[in-house]
Design a protein around this ligand. Structure first.
Ligand code: GLA
Length: 392
């Protein structure tokens, strides 16, 4: 059996740190994206699922306008909920508390502070949305201590924007998944207008996550590379005269779009990004169909094609992720790809349930043992389609 790292109880940490009990507690899962990478910020549909690993937050309203937060992994932070909130240094987790504070304050005009304790078994900077889960957790906790309620649409109207406070111009996929996913299902997320629907995952389909151990700090160095993918995709669309990618896809075949990209209007980088975005949108559509009819063969191929496109066209992979994908495929996986923003983080491995143990052992032998990794079980583990916090 895979080893599941302990997830400490945040109420215990809260009580020992603040000397009283917490009044509320929430668990927000991480997510993996099954397919639809680097297209949410172009308002194209994506297919993530929430996973069983999560951030847990215990909290209690404070008697002043301050947030005092403690975490086993990241230490203590204290910020004010009133007045200006200049960003903390890049990569500091206080920025997520500040982003939540600004979102709640601007949208709901509240200023109560809270004491809060946070625990997690989500590896940070691994492409599993630990940062969005933290933002969502802090936002929901702040809303509760301020006695405010917000539904999915109201939260989605502020959270993706709030995350831009940390500098990444991401889309809304992560927030949608960790809020609205249903247990046993992938979540098909449409943007502009926002709509979600659950697509059941067949019981004999399994997913493994393998951490490349290359950190993909969204708030750190990866930020510029991520934002430049987005910008090149936007420039390409504008130069080709489309008001949205949805419009381009509705009026052109994939062949037409490839021809357009190979004309001389786009720079080499813009053409690559345009081709990735339009191809990935097509793959999402196909993957949803494959999932609906339980066609594992096509689904796996689409995942692998997605990885190739992320590697060769968008160029957001790295040698370690490519190596993991190759090992997984050579070990009998149905498909494998990097998941999340890329530049490090995790590979997603798709296989039949009966293959999980064998593929895990092969990846441990060929990837982790080669790196003298003493705890490979922490770095490769099965993920289960889990419920978002609003459906818990
Ligand atoms: C990050 C962002 C998401 C999405 C992915 C890439 O996880 O937060 O919005 O853009 O990268 O698909």
């Amino acid at each position: 059996m895979p080893h599941k790292p302990d997830l400490p109880d945040p109420r215990t940490l809260f009580a020992s740190h603040f000397g009283v009990g917490a009044s509320g507690e929430l668990s927000v899962p991480g997510r993996v994206n099954l397919i639809g990478e680097h297209i949410d910020y172009h308002n194209l549909p994506v297919l993530p699922m929430a996973i069983q690993r999560q951030i847990r937050i215990a909290f209690r309203r404070s008697s002043d306008s301050r947030i005092r937060a403690v975490s086993y992994d990241f230490g203590e932070r204290e910020i004010s909920t009133a007045g200006a909130l200049p960003p903390s240094p890049s990569g500091d987790w206080a920025n997520y508390l500040k982003a939540a504070t600004l979102a709640v304050r601007d949208q709901w005009q509240t200023d109560s502070g809270m004491n809060t304790a946070i625990t997690s078994d989500l590896p940070p900077a691994a492409g599993l949305s630990s940062s969005s889960a933290l933002l969502v957790a802090a936002t929901l906790a702040l809303l509760q201590v301020n006695e405010e309620k917000a539904d999915f649409q109201a939260l989605m109207a502020v959270l993706p924007e709030a995350e831009h406070f940390v500098g990444t111009r991401g889309g809304g996929m992560d927030h949608a998944a960790v809020l609205a996913a249903e247990s046993g299902c992938a979540l098909l997320v449409h943007f502009a207008p926002l709509a979600v629907s659950s697509v059941p995952i067949p019981e004999n389909w399994s997913f493994l996550l393998a951490n490349s151990l290359i950190k993909a700090e969204k708030s750190g160095g990866v930020r510029e590379a991520y934002n430049s993918c987005r910008n090149a995709g936007v420039r390409a669309r504008e130069k080709l005269g489309f008001s949205s990618y949805a419009e381009a896809l509705a009026s052109h075949s994939q062949e037409d779009l490839q021809q357009l990209a190979s004309g001389n209007q786009l720079s080499e980088e813009e053409a690559r990004c345009f081709l990735h975005v339009t191809g990935e949108a097509w793959r999402v559509e196909q993957a949803v169909q494959a999932l609906r009819v339980e066609d594992a063969h096509s689904f796996g191929n689409l995942l692998s094609q997605s990885h190739k496109s992320l590697r060769d066209l968008l160029q957001v992979s790295c040698p370690e992720l490519d190596e993991l994908v190759e090992i997984a495929m050579n070990s009998g996986a149905g498909g494998a790809r990097l998941t999340g923003a890329g530049f490090g983080g995790c590979a997603l491995i798709f296989c039949q349930a009966s293959q999980v143990d064998r593929i895990r052992q092969e990846v441990i032998r060929k990837y982790y043992q080669k790196r003298h990794d003493a705890q490979p079980n922490d770095h490769i583990f099965p993920v289960l389609p889990s419920a978002g916090v609003l459906n818990a």
